[in-house]
Design a protein around this ligand. Structure first.
Ligand code: FPP
Length: 256
């Protein structure tokens, strides 16, 4: 039985988020420049996106460029931005052929105008697609996102548009760039690093974490299947006890 066949389609993670790491090391191992790793990373992006859509996963978020990545050498940043534009140019048809819509989260005001225009254009062109949503995290970091939410909530509170007592989980979630997108249930990080790196900190409160030793350009559909299978073998208790999962009538201590 293949790995793909072992996956239970009824128990898929609704949202998978991936920290694509290891492009630079992959290139270095081959005696090449870092951008060579990023270019080959695009193949893994295509493979993973296709595998997720074929499985029936509804949301896939890829951490493509973090707020901290702005501190990289200028030539690597501009090569990454050009790669993003060229990939969107070549892959828009593939997105539509596979009924995938593109979304973006992050501080898009910081990315170069030409890149922002391409991202917006692809989002608009694919908006009618109803299969999977592919979310690119661009110029994204959780601390930026959370501070941004706090500022907007404060402004609205000062303008008497909401009261302090209105602030709860549900309201806070609406002020994040992921508003309307369900929380990830599975987070994958490649390259053997065990970090979250400022990624979706609020949203992954109860996500299952999966770490792969593969460097991102080597990541394949089979690797995604392995991660999904691992997810399906975990017991997700959300703070409850095992017995409550099989017998929901066991009295809960708190409503929330
Ligand atoms: C991390 O590897 C990877 C990135 C910062 C960029 C990811 C970009 C791509 C895969 C290509 C473009 C993406 C899309 C969606 C078109 P790293 O450079 O930090 O690797 P290292 O830790 O080995 O140095």
């Amino acid at each position: 039985m293949s790995l793909r066949d072992k996956i239970n389609k009824e128990k898929l993670p609704g949202h998978v988020a991936i920290i694509m790491d290891g492009n630079g090391r992959w290139a270095k191992l081959k005696g090449k420049k870092r951008i060579y790793g990023h270019k080959n990373g695009v193949t893994a992006v295509r493979e993973t996106t296709e595998a997720a859509a074929e499985l029936g996963i509804k949301y896939l978020t890829l951490y493509a460029f973090s707020t901290e990545n702005w501190n990289r050498p200028k030539d690597e940043i501009s090569a990454l931005m050009s790669l993003l534009v060229s990939t969107l140019n070549t892959e828009t048809k593939t997105l539509t052929d596979n009924n995938i819509r593109l979304l973006a989260i992050g501080d898009l005001d910081r990315i170069p105008e030409k890149v922002c225009r391409k991202v917006t254009e692809t989002i608009e062109k694919t908006a009618g697609n109803t299969g999977m949503s592919l979310i690119l995290a661009l110029s994204y970091s959780s601390r930026w996102e959370i501070l941004n939410a706090v500022k907007k909530i404060t402004e609205n509170a000062l303008d008497n548009k909401l009261s302090v007592n209105d602030i709860n989980n549900e309201l806070f979630t609406k002020y994040l760039t992921t508003c309307g997108i369900p929380d990830p249930e599975l987070v994958i990080r490649t390259s053997g690093e065990y970090r979250i790196s400022n990624f979706l900190l609020w949203q992954i409160a109860y996500a299952e974490l999966y770490f792969s030793d593969k460097l991102w350009p080597d990541y394949t559909k089979e690797d995604l299947y392995e991660a999904v299978l691992s997810f399906q073998h975990r017991e997700r208790r959300f703070g409850k006890i095992s017995e409550q999962l099989v017998q929901p009538e066991i009295i809960c201590g708190e409503d929330d």
